[in-house]
Design a protein around this ligand. Structure first.
Ligand code: PGA
Length: 255
């Protein structure tokens, strides 16, 4: 299979080191051995928990991702963390452009244009989040919004590296609201995102993983992930309980 599904938990601002340790213990009890998993699995956590997670999860082939980085390697950017610093801790990925960061932390497409290549240069896979607001969807502007974000945020990524970016389509109206996109809405938007990557490189479009995110739960995961263009899920709230996260991973259909 070209694109093995990827199920990533986005802890957002949750996960003390003690919580992370307890989480790993339970998740590892529940997860099948890596060669029997139908999906790649990852956890996106706050900076302070990353080393704990890397130590516990890496050997068991669970990927660990941060939730932000600064595009410069070092310098006068108080409070920021760079891609090489994350690489040193041993993380595999980093969430970039999450709508909460776009909304509350002034994350701009301009900055993302530099952050995405900075992650790739350090050997860290970016998980780039894109998605429209409710008003944009109602005004029929979903495609315009996605086109703008994909074009801008990936502008400085070479075509050969495009498929190393994981893209998460997360409609803002579905995040943390309990309102999930219908499987058909997720499929349509994700096929569109894939076509946008295809405008740059057909080969990358075939290989790039595009996830759905927004109120994914054990009850709705199977139907969404079964859509032909949906390559997995970025799960917020329902990933904080390892039992419910493991049920979502189990919901991935047989290839
Ligand atoms: P949610 O969050 O699953 O709680 O809606 C998804 C996300 O923000 O990544």
């Amino acid at each position: 299979m070209i694109r093995k599904p990827f199920i990533a938990g986005n802890w957002k601002m949750w996960g003390t080191r003690a919580q992370a340790l307890a989480y790993c213990e339970r998740l590892l009890e529940l997860l099948p051995d890596p060669n029997r998993r139908r999906a790649d699995v990852g956890v996106c956590a706050p900076f302070t928990a990353l080393d704990v997670l890397v130590e516990r999860l890496r050997e068991r082939e669970v990927r660990v991702a941060a939730q932000n980085l600064h595009q410069e390697e070092n310098g006068a950017f108080t409070g920021e963390v760079s891609a090489p610093m994350l690489a040193e801790v041993g993380v595999d990925g980093v969430v970039l452009g999450h709508s909460e960061r776009r909304q509350y932390n002034c994350e701009t497409d301009r900055a993302l244009q530099e952050k995405v290549p900075a992650a790739l240069a350090a050997g860290i896979d970016p998980i780039l989040c894109v998605g429209e607001t409710e008003e944009e969807r109602e005004a029929g502007e979903t495609d315009r919004r996605l086109r703008h974000q994909i074009r801008e945020d990936l502008e400085r990524v070479e075509d050969e590296r495009l498929a190393d970016v994981v893209i998460a389509y997360e409609p803002i109206w579905a995040i943390g609201t309990g309102l999930t996109a219908t499987p058909a809405q997720a499929q349509e938007a994700i096929a569109f995102v894939r076509a946008l990557v295809g405008d740059r490189s057909e080969e990358a479009a075939a290989r790039v993983r595009v996830l759905y995110g927004g109120s994914v739960k054990p009850e709705n995961a199977a139907e969404i992930i079964a859509q032909p263009d949906v390559d997995g899920a970025l799960v917020g709230g329902a990933s904080l309980d390892p039992d419910s996260f493991a049920r979502i991973i189990e919901a991935v259909p047989e290839p």
